[in-house]
Ligand binder design. Structure first.
Ligand code: PGA
Length: 254
């Protein structure tokens, strides 16, 4: 089963709209025309409008960093899936550990957002991963299994092509510590086995599972060479064009 690599940049709360235009311009010129790897950038909401103009006529895809589970209504400060679709957003990062940690999101709240995203033709990038304490107490696989099962409850098999997962060990995010290639492969294989139980072998074999957590050009090739690692969700290294495109190049060579 061949899965096309996806390299997605999670800008988090960085870059104004005008900074975004500059960075997208640089990324565009370095990425060029080769389309063997899918490349997506996920700027803050305030940059999406300008970003959607900047990615037009390029191969870059656009992602958002969250979406509300409701389709519209009295939810001050929130953004709906329809608002994102109008700006040509294709992907949406959901369940990121920072949202779980700082905004109280749970597998259940994230599940609702995932189902809303799918109903509105947005492709969820569902983030899961263990904390340091969970790894040290050897609960990594159990934690990740539960996150997959609960977060993807009632996910329609007919939309499986739109589903992306990202394994992001919490202790590796923004810390400079990366999972070893073997650690990443072990967890990715476990995730795929839960997906197989839930959706069947063929569907599970088609789902992309990204690695995230201090991925950079220097360690990308080793991680991406693992059988069940199908791309990267990149935080810090997505904020400079050279580093980000360095990872895209590693994926092209993998
Ligand atoms: P990092 O972030 O690459 O800066 O570790 C990854 C993420 O949080 O998605």
């Amino acid at each position: 089963m061949s899965r096309k690599y996806l390299i997605a940049g999670n800008w988090k709360m960085n870059k104004t709209a005008s900074d975004a235009v500059d960075l997208i311009g640089e990324i565009n010129s370095l990425v060029g025309d080769e389309t063997s790897v899918q490349v997506c950038i996920c700027p803050p909401f305030t940059s999406l409008s300008k970003a959607s103009e900047s990615v037009e006529r390029s191969q870059l895809l656009l992602g958002a960093q969250d979406v509300n589970a409701a389709s519209s209504g009295a939810y001050t400060g929130e953004i709906s899936a329809e608002m994102l679709r109008e700006l040509y957003v294709s992907f949406v990062i959901l369940g990121h550990s920072e949202r779980r940690q700082y905004y109280g999101e749970t597998n259940q709240t994230v599940n609702k957002k995932i189902l809303t995203a799918i109903e509105n033709n947005l492709k969820p990038i569902y983030c899961i991963g263990e904390t340091l304490e969970e790894r040290e107490s050897e609960r990594t696989l159990e934690v990740v299994r539960t996150q997959v099962r609960e977060g993807l409850e009632n996910f329609p098999t007919s939309s499986i092509d739109s589903l992306v997962l990202a394994y992001e060990p919490v202790w590796a995010i923004g810390t400079g510590k990366t999972a070893t290639d073997e650690m990443a492969q072990e967890v990715h294989a476990e995730i795929r086995s839960v997906l197989t139980e839930m959706f069947g072998e063929t569907a599970a074999a088609s789902i992309r599972i990204l690695y995230g957590g201090s991925m950079k050009p220097e360690n990308a090739a080793g991680l991406l060479a693992q059988e069940d690692v199908d791309g990267g969700l990149i935080g810090g290294a997505s904020l400079t064009a050279r580093a980000f495109v360095g990872i895209v190049e590693a994926a092209r060579g993998a």
